[in-house]
Design a protein around this ligand. Sequence first.
Ligand code: IVH
Length: 690
Amino acid sequence: MQPDLFANTSQQAGSEHVAQRATWLRAELNRHNHAYYVLDHPSIPDAEYDRLFLELVGLERAHPELLAPDSPTQRVGGAPLPQFEQVTHAVPMLSLGNGFDDEDIVAFDRRVREGLQLDDEVEYATELKFDGLAINLRYEDGVLVHAATRGDGATGENVTANIRTVRAIPLRLQTATPPKVIDIRGEVMMFKADFAKLNARQREAGQKEFANPRNAAAGSLRQLDSRITAQRSLRFFAYGIGLLEGADMPASHAALMDWYAGLGVPVCVERAVVKGAAGLLDFYQAIGSKRNALAYEIDGVVYKANRLQDQQKLGYVSRAPRFAIAHKFPAQEAMTVVQGIDVQIGRTGAVTPVARLAPVAVAGVTVTNATLHNEDEVRRKDVQIGDTVIVRRAGDVIPEIVAVVPERRPTDAQPFVMPVLCPICGSPIVRAEDEAVARCSGGYIKCAAQRKGGLQHFVSRRAMDIEGMGEQLIDQLVDKNIVTTAADLYRLGLTALAELDRMADKSAQNVLSALEKSKATTLARFIYALGIRHVGEATAKELARHFGKLDVLMDASVEDLMEVADIGPVVALSVRQFFADPLSRELVEQLRAAGIHWSEHEGVEKVVKPMQGKTFVLTGTLPTLTRDAAAEMIEHAGGKVAGSVSKKTSYVVAGEEAGSKLAKAQELGIVILDETGLIELLKEVHEENH
Ligand code: IVH
């Protein structure tokens, strides 16, 4: 329970009470920091944390004698330093040898066994190889006194002022019996989400973005102005130890990590103790499969002989330990040269600049081009022909250019120029003032690229699902002027198909059967297949459900269209324009004449859910309903539950200890309900509908 002291004003309360309140606030804030950064389990809303924090700032300002070096208020950063001081590490900070494949790891395990003269399987501590920067944290009598970067391993830079701003790093160890001196080693990093937020902020402020979380972490930590560091969300995971005085060294690496966790020092949960090379390789596989899902970046895993005695026995070779190795994952980033920037024309005429790259292997795949999305993106990233760039490919994501390496720009680098005419059909390329995308104005009839894109969309799996009708076949059909519109596909005969390149009688026959089969479809698929701008699969389904019959949809006005759930003026106008065009109407007629059909009753079953289109945000603890139960009730009524409050939020349901979300809702004037209000609302609309 919190002491009920602050009900009095600070003057009335004795100075002893104020001191108690400050101590309580410090402990409370430290406890929440620990819950957030070490246990990964936030214990209070951010706004509540901020409130306690400000109260403590106020108290310390009024009573400077209460200021303690380990107060959470001391994490705000101070005046800029002229330069970093050099520090010599008490125990050098080494690096790790690398292994890249199974053989490297089997050989490492063999060397370890030989070194220990063991026939049995060795016990290893396995953990992640964090992609950040190494740091040494010196605690004396439990208080953080000093922090230094690794530097060259022997000497590093004194970054204490910056490290003090990192909330993940305890200013005091959580123990009544701290060691006299301990050097805790680990990695300072930036989580992916914080990195994305930082870059968004940089972009808005017109400042340079960081290429990756590691650079962002390094850039934030190596700031002479610690007030800047304080604004960056940095994290820390411990993985090692340097000097230790006044305490016994734990017997194993795993025990060391557990000790750290108990002291309130963040350690990563993704670690294990395994046996032998097989255990190491299993760990590598397991982590590899969740690499992209982790909140932070890693570039491999690390194996360490678990027993510290074994580590000592194995010792070091040059600057790396013999008892440990990093098993690297294939790099997700590589450097290459931009040989050209072409444009691709999509089915709606959208012009996409694509960088042609000197072939480079990234995460096990050869990459030869990367999309640059649109003209603004090319300018923002300042990519020029001839530039050396960092290319990234994570998981199944399409390769992208992360950044240009400015030092490597050749003097004859050429900036990208958006072509004036479409390279395919020669029509002017136009860009509407309020749009990021430039488009070929040729339209479906003039531009073969748009025709190809449109046909590819029409036959795709989620549209008409015409199997065997691949990109190459469509290219040929369009290039040879055999097919212009989707309706032409249904007029194809066996002879015409079989004459095409790479088409045997058998595959031509298969394509014809697939075309025949596709004629029985659903209204939603058909609408989607038409490729109307802004009409994706979900909208197509909604349109089919709402109108039930194609003829009704074709004659719907913009007002009629806007009555459909989730359809706004842009989509409504686009649908109206499409069906107002005689060419579209003719296409639809021809497709129907070709035999495409669906059940005309699709729309009839629509159940109107009362809360359709309404978004709810739940915050705080409700008196009787659990969060899940409340969400289920809302969803059952057709509503959606969102995580954050915005202008689009329809209702905020607030319970006890509601924090920043409630404040935001009040600010935006959003309807706020308590539990009873929510139940009433759902009941009311329920009755209205029956
Ligand atoms: S142990 C004596 N463990 O990798 C061994 N290092 O090449 C000292 N790193 O500079 C390092 N995750 O920045 C160790 N779990 C981990 C690590 C790790 C990342 C970094 C560290 C070090 C470099 C070594």
